[in-house]
Design a protein around this ligand. Structure first.
Ligand SMILES: [Zn+2]
Length: 185
């Protein structure tokens, strides 16, 4: 296997590409990190209503309270979440602009071999009112990937049930005695 084709996490670990054949003994560390993928919710608190410039989306009004963002990283999930938690960085995604002004932030990873961020956004939409149109969903057909809650979502039973449901799926299955592979849905 040519290592040059492997994506590399910020942690310096090497991950096999999705669909790549295999794993040699020297890739053992890489295999261990293959579970590091899936979806997540980031919650961000604004103590005051704010108008924030969000890249190409322009200036957007955000209510005070809590904003919930649905995202996914099909490699290096931990590194992605670490990035969302940091305030200082090059602003790239819509959520980076909101993070820069947020007073508090917390993240909830949901490891999975499937990309479930749109499904997650749909589940949030059943509990919370939608945030700005077009936020965080440039690559899909969802109206938004950001939702609003006047109260801390961590105090809401419906939010806990959502986390439980999305975390109940076994992250990635390995067949004993064979090369590890992605579970096919
Ligand atoms: Zn979507």
């Amino acid at each position: 296997m040519r290592r040059s084709v492997l994506p590399r996490c910020r942690t310096g670990r090497v991950l096999p590409r999705v669909g790549s054949s295999a794993a040699t003994s020297q890739d053992r560390l890489a295999i261990d990190t293959r579970e590091d993928r899936g979806s997540y919710v980031v919650i961000l608190r604004l103590r005051l209503t704010r108008r924030i410039r969000v890249g190409r989306l322009g200036v957007v009004s955000f209510l005070d309270g809590w904003h919930l963002y649905a995202g996914s990283a099909m490699a290096c999930l931990s590194a992605r979440i670490g990035r969302h938690l940091r305030r200082r960085k090059k602003l790239h995604w819509h959520i980076d602009y909101l993070r820069e002004r947020a007073d508090e932030v917390a993240a909830f990873p949901m490891p999975s071999s499937r990309r479930r961020e749109c499904e997650l956004a749909g589940a949030l939409a059943k509990i919370f009112p939608a945030g700005p149109q077009g936020f965080g969903c440039s690559d899909c057909a969802c109206p938004t990937h950001l939702y609003h809650s006047a109260d801390d979502p961590r105090r809401l039973r419906a939010f806990h049930l959502l986390l439980e449901r999305f975390r109940a799926e076994p992250p990635i299955t390995f067949t004993q005695g064979r090369r590890p592979g992605l579970r096919r849905e």
